[in-house]
Structures are given as structure tokens and as C-alpha cells.
Ligand binder design. Structure first.
Ligand code: CP
Length: 311
């Protein structure tokens, strides 16, 4: 693996398979009474979050702790960033304390790449603006593989607010890398500009019609409507969004019972996903959260323990 994990493009298929194999071993650790492994003893990991997070920040913290690293959380609120300190000064200050890895989330696309050029520590992109969220895509694909087997040739539908979604971008890169057939679905106002050229180059399909795509899907990934990133009216009303693009109770009936339903969280229940779908037996939402710890343990392990290390 490369020194940093900034984008899915940093990973080869071999890297992904290695990460998944390690994650499977780490997953077993989650079910032990004593969950500590000594692999990263003496290493220090800083979680530096300039945006809110429940799943990503806590699972990276748990992952580091279960690998015996010292993990520290820094949020922009409560740090000197709120006094006007620049991102560069903040990360150089933290790096000067001798950290081994920076797991960072930032509202600016490209922030993690920029930071990786300023510090010696390994940098993990835990979400940069609307650009990428590679560890989320890795845990999504890992979860899907455990549910439906190898993704080669399987049809994954990604539905929702594509324009504002870093999860969608990382997932398209990873799922197509693994040979899955991907269709992305959104209303015209939430379809990113220029997507046709990217779709043609990367080999995925686009659609405005959920009901045409769902019957043929082997897995469904619903995306959150990111109202906090919307400056204007992208759809007339929440009700109309749900009718056109939500995974409603009626649409749940169209899916086969073994078709996993994924959502990266946090969910807007009743908007992009009905409670019936979120809580259905085929919902993989909590499995994704559980896999998130194992996959993030694998990421930290391979970045920090070295190529030659075996879990
Ligand atoms: N999926 C995801 O990134 O969730 P959080 O914002 O809670 O970390």
C-alpha cells in the first residue's frame, strides 16, 4: 500500500483484497471478550475532524485502541482552529508532537491531499468535502462481499444525492475496480455536472428512474440527502423527493429478500429511506457500522505496521 489513504485510486485490486483479508481477521477480534491486539503499540494516531461525525470518528478511535495505538481526538470546535489558526499551522503543530498517523475530515475537497504534502505522518482521508471517503467505500464493499459474495458482475444501484456525496465517488471508483456493474440514480438536479463523461470513461450507468433500476439490482445503496450542503432548492419538497427517489415501503417490495440495502448513515428516515427499509431483515446498515471498525483496523494496520507485517 502507499503511505497515505487519500483516495480509492491509491489502492490496487491486490491492496483491496489484502485489506479485506486483514479486515476479516480483525472482525473476529470484535467478537472476543478481550479485543486488544498489540500490533500498533507505541504508535500515536490523531483523529482530526473539522466536520461532525459519529461513525467514522468513533470507529477509527476504536480501531486504533484495539490495535493498542494511542489515539487522540481533536475537533475543530474546541481547538485553536476556532481561534483562526490555519489548517497548515494546525497540522504542523500536531505533527511536531510526533504523531504517526492523522485521520482527518475536512469540508474542503482536497484537504487531506494537501495535508499529506505538509507532514511526514501517514494521512487517512476520512472525508474531504464532496470529493472522497475511501474508508466508507471499503467498508461498504467489504459488507456487500460478505452478503452476496464476489462483486464481479454484480449490479449495485447507488441512489440519492450524488452531487454532494463523497461516498458515491469513492464507491463508484471501488465497485468498478472490483468488477461490479454500477448504476447511479438521482434526480436531474442532484446528478453531478460532467457525470456522463466520467460514466463513459469508468464504465458505469446513470439513470433518473429508480423504478427501472431496482428490479435488476443485486444490492442497493441509498445516499443521504445532504441538506446542510445545499444552498438552493434541489427538489420541490421532501415529499416529492421521497415519491421520486426514496426507498419506500412499496419499492422495498420490488427488491428480492436477499438484496442488501446499504446506507452510509446518518439516515434521514422517511426522506431517502423508509423505516421499513432501514429496519428490514435485508438491511445491512448496522453490519456496515460493525464492518467499519474491522476495515479501519485493517487500514491503520497496513499503513502503520509496514508491508512485511502479518496480522
Ligand atoms: N458515514 C459517515 O461518514 O458517517 P459519520 O458522518 O457519522 O462519520
Amino acid at each position: 500500500m502507499k503511505k497515505h489513504l487519500l483516495s480509492i485510486d491509491d489502492l490496487s485490486v491486490d491492496d483491496v483484497e489484502t485489506l479485506f483479508a486483514t479486515a476479516a481477521e480483525m472482525h473476529d477480534v470484535q467478537h472476543r471478550q478481550v479485543k486488544k491486539l498489540p500490533a500498533l503499540r507505541g504508535r500515536t494516531i490523531i483523529n482530526l475532524f473539522f466536520e461532525d461525525s459519529t461513525r467514522t470518528r468513533s470507529s477509527f478511535e476504536i480501531a486504533g485502541k484495539w490495535l493498542s495505538a494511542d489515539t487522540i481526538n481533536i475537533a475543530a470546535k474546541g481547538s485553536s482552529a476556532s481561534k483562526g489558526e490555519s489548517l497548515r499551522d494546525t497540522v504542523l503543530t500536531i505533527a511536531a508532537m510526533g504523531v504517526d498517523a492523522l485521520v482527518m475530515r475536512h469540508p474542503a475537497s482536497g484537504a487531506a491531499l494537501q495535508v499529506s504534502q505538509w507532514v511526514d505522518a501517514a494521512v487517512v482521508n476520512a472525508g474531504d468535502g464532496t470529493h472522497e471517503h475511501p474508508s466508507q467505500a471499503l467498508l461498504d464493499a467489504y459488507t456487500l462481499q460478505r452478503r452476496i459474495g464476489p462483486l464481479e458482475g454484480r449490479h449495485v444501484a447507488i441512489i440519492g444525492d450524488l452531487t454532494h456525496s463523497r461516498v458515491f465517488r469513492s464507491n463508484v471508483l471501488l465497485l468498478t475496480k472490483l468488477g461490479a456493474r454500477v448504476t447511479v440514480v438521482a434526480p436531474p438536479t442532484l446528478m453531478p455536472s460532467g457525470i456522463a463523461a466520467w460514466a463513459a470513461e469508468a464504465g458505469f450507468a446513470t439513470s433518473y428512474d429508480v423504478d427501472a433500476v431496482l428490479p435488476d439490482a443485486d444490492a442497493v445503496m441509498m445516499l443521504r440527502v445532504q441538506r446542510e450542503r445545499m444552498s438552493g432548492g434541489y427538489f420541490p419538497s421532501a415529499r416529492e423527493y421521497t415519491v421520486g427517489y426514496g426507498l419506500t415501503r412499496d419499492r422495498l417490495g420490488v427488491l428480492g429478500p436477499d438484496v442488501p440495502i446499504c446506507h452510509p448513515g446518518p439516515m434521514n428516515r422517511g426522506l431517502e429511506i423508509a423505516a421499513d427499509a432501514a429496519d428490514a431483515a435485508q438491511s445491512a446498515v448496522l453490519e456496515q457500522v460493525s464492518a467499519g471498525v474491522a476495515v479501519r483496523m485493517a487500514i491503520l494496520y497496513h499503513l502503520l505496521a509496514g508491508e512485511e507485517a502479518q496480522p
